[in-house]
Design a protein around this ligand. Sequence first.
Ligand code: 3HC
Length: 310
Amino acid sequence: MAFSALNIVRSFSSSSVMNLALKNVTVIGSGLMGSGIAQVAAQTGHNVTLVDVSDPILKKASSRIEKSLERVAKKKFHDNEPESEKFMKETLQRLKTTTNTADSVKEADIVIEAIVENMKVKHDLFKTLDKAAPKSTLFASNTSSLSITEIASVTDRKDRFGGLHFFNPVPVMKLLEVIRTQETSDDTYNKMMTFGKELGKTTITCKDTPGFVVNRLLVPYMGEAVRLLERGDATARDIDTAMKLGAGYPMGPFELLDYVGLDTTLFILEGWHEKYPDNPLFQPSDMLKKLVSEGKLGMKTGEGFYKHQK
Ligand code: 3HC
């Protein structure tokens, strides 16, 4: 039987008997990705604690989650208002927020980190988490481009550490990349794969390599699109139209760049370029750098390659 998110939601929403592999989930970082991960985990019957540094940030995340849940409920339950309300209520009841990082992991079966892409900041966080969490708690990072092995290196639980890489928008995108380092144990890997399925995602496995599968292909592709534009070979609009209608992509590369964030993409490219300077696919283009330096980061700032309503 297909293990769809809808089946999980239906079977879990009215039942307290939920035999989940990893029931208590702590998500650190309540940005777009962290709040999406927390939402999907709560939707599928997990007890979720979402952590960030301040209450106003968490409030913003809660309101983003509520809006997204409304869209999910509308899709799943159409005009069935009572079912829709029940789904929303039960999901939100399973989701709590806190600014106390150490406390948030005391009962966690798994901790998923989705904070800023900075190795030092991640190391500081995982050192704290390693001390505060029970020995059995699994750790995962949702990093887009950093090495999981390097992130895990500061902990004493390298065998209980892996990558769980989600895609934006998390409630919609069906894929979860599960990353195994050389030290991730079979037990951890199997639990993470099961957890992914319980979230209603299709899982694939990748070794701990730059960008794993999706970003390793997607980021150089977006970089090449910018070079095409820089040379004046075609307009951004025409390149987007070409990839949507000629390759069936839901968004063209410039729409996707604006959606993901030009700063995020540049950050990934610059990090890889520094590590692998001879790889021409990782070379950041001047146009991307210029737009980022001008604060044109895409949808989040109202302008990137296109203008957007904020
Ligand atoms: N929460 C809940 N539901 C959402 C949602 C959200 N945040 N965003 C969209 N949806 C739902 C809508 O409600 C709608 O549902 P419906 O089918 O019942 O009407 C459905 O998704 C489609 O949304 P829209 O009608 O608003 O718009 P589109 O049809 O244009 O789809 C899209 C939007 C799903 C974002 C689509 O354009 C898409 O798939 N784009 C590509 C996204 C992508 O490539 N993501 C990966 C980025 S890379 C990444 O994340 C990795 C990281 O490491 C950088």
